[in-house]
Design a protein around this ligand. Structure first.
Ligand SMILES: *[C@@H]1O[C@H](CO)[C@@H](O)[C@H](O)[C@H]1NC(C)=O
Ligand SMILES: *[C@@H]1O[C@H](CO)[C@@H](O)[C@H](O)[C@H]1NC(C)=O
Ligand SMILES: *[C@@H]1O[C@H](CO)[C@@H](O)[C@H](O)[C@H]1NC(C)=O
Ligand SMILES: *[C@@H]1O[C@H](CO)[C@@H](O)[C@H](O)[C@H]1NC(C)=O
Ligand SMILES: *[C@@H]1O[C@H](CO)[C@@H](O)[C@H](O)[C@H]1NC(C)=O
Length: 309
């Protein structure tokens, strides 16, 4: 009898709540994008589809054409060691184009294998940890990279938001520099950093020379370019690939050939809004950016400080 009365009271409370607060009751359908709730199996397949297309040489195909089979036109993306990236075209150049040329000088080279080691999914959102093996062709080694991701898909199964974290990336950079130090018989890590700086600067300046001409020109000549990249700008810490650093310009150098009009400024002295020191640590952590909540079924939106306007 007592149990029954509690149950009735509980049901009445719910009914009351729904009558006077339709927001609470409509939660599940209240999202900004039309979406279908995927099954766990479908989300697992969508996750694998993304990583399969991330691998070289499949990623080359993703950089071609004018419409993505992976990203929604208005995709929003954030990567902890760089910054935020809006839209399909930019994200295809960045997520796929950046890692699609084994011959070109680069930090980690091309992704050749992956294993998903952690995966949880609900609604249209999945959180995963993926260990990706990169063939770091510039340094002649294979290197495992751990990438933690949150991905949200639209109703058509295209990525509408992603948030990626490169786990242990500082360790990775130290490992790469240490490997270089050994190969060149360096007596200090500074010497190895100088060696890598020289290599990256020469590569960026050659790209500038080839693609950044006319109104896209950033440096008066290759000597000025090299001088700036090796002396006037810092090499960059492992979390500064979206700041005013040489490492940031190395990231954007890979995208220049796709659209010089857009990307030349990013490798130039101004950084073009991407390789700039525009945010403090608290601003970075507290940045309001994503249009949709990362918490399935609309839970917790009222306390979500990462939601944009
Ligand atoms: C993509 O290219 C095709 C063929 O050139 C064209 O028909 C289509 O309109 C383009 N789509 C977009 C979104 O630009
Ligand atoms: C996110 O919201 C902003 C502000 O309302 C809007 O300008 C932008 O287009 C939205 N982005 C997406 C991906 O819907
Ligand atoms: C991941 O799994 C594949 C098989 O699916 C395997 O070939 C590969 O070596 C594994 N390890 C890494 C680190 O990629
Ligand atoms: C790594 O890249 C080098 C240079 O392109 C190539 O010779 C080698 O076969 C690649 N290794 C793997 C495992 O893909
Ligand atoms: C480093 O030292 C080893 C052993 O003395 C030598 O064989 C090798 O050629 C050196 N490498 C460079 C790049 O100087």
């Amino acid at each position: 009898m007592k149990i029954l009365s509690i149950s009735w009271g509980f049901l009445l409370t719910i009914a009351f709540h729904c009558l006077f607060s339709s927001v609470e009751c409509a939660r599940d359908s209240q999202t900004k994008y039309p979406k279908s709730t995927f099954t766990f199996d479908q989300l697992w397949e969508l996750e694998k589809t993304f990583w399969d297309s991330f691998l070289y040489p499949a990623n080359v195909k993703q950089t071609q054409g004018n419409e993505s089979s992976i990203f929604n036109t208005n995709v929003q993306g954030r990567v902890d060691i760089t910054r935020t990236f809006d839209g399909d075209e930019l994200n295809r150049e960045y997520i796929f184009g950046l890692f699609s040329d084994p011959v070109h000088v680069s930090l980690v080279g091309v992704p050749i294998a992956y294993n998903i080691t952690q995966f949880a999914a609900n609604d249209n959102i999945a959180s995963a940890t993926t260990v990706v093996t990169f063939n770091a062709t510039t340094f002649g080694i294979q290197i495992p990279v751990t990438i933690d991701t949150w991905i949200e898909w639209d109703a058509g199964g295209k990525i509408i938001q992603y948030d990626a974290v490169f786990r242990l990336f500082d360790y990775l950079v130290d490992f790469l520099i240490g490997d270089v130090a050994k190969k060149i018989n360096a007596t200090s890590s500074d010497q190895a950093v100088a060696y890598v700086s020289d290599l990256l600067a020469k590569t960026i300046c050659a790209t500038h020379e080839q693609y950044c001409t006319g109104s896209n020109q950033q440096y008066t000549d290759t000597a000025a370019c090299y001088e700036f990249l090796t002396k006037d700008v810092r090499f960059g810490k492992s979390y500064e690939l979206g700041k005013n650093t040489l490492l940031c310009r190395e990231v954007h150098e890979h995208m220049v050939h796709y659209r010089p009009g857009i990307h030349c400024a990013h490798i130039g002295p101004t950084g073009g809004g991407y390789c700039v020191d525009d945010m403090t640590y608290p601003q970075t952590v507290l940045q309001r950016y994503f249009n949709d909540s990362w918490i399935p079924y609309g839970y917790g939106e009222e306390q979500d400080i990462w939601l944009g306007s």
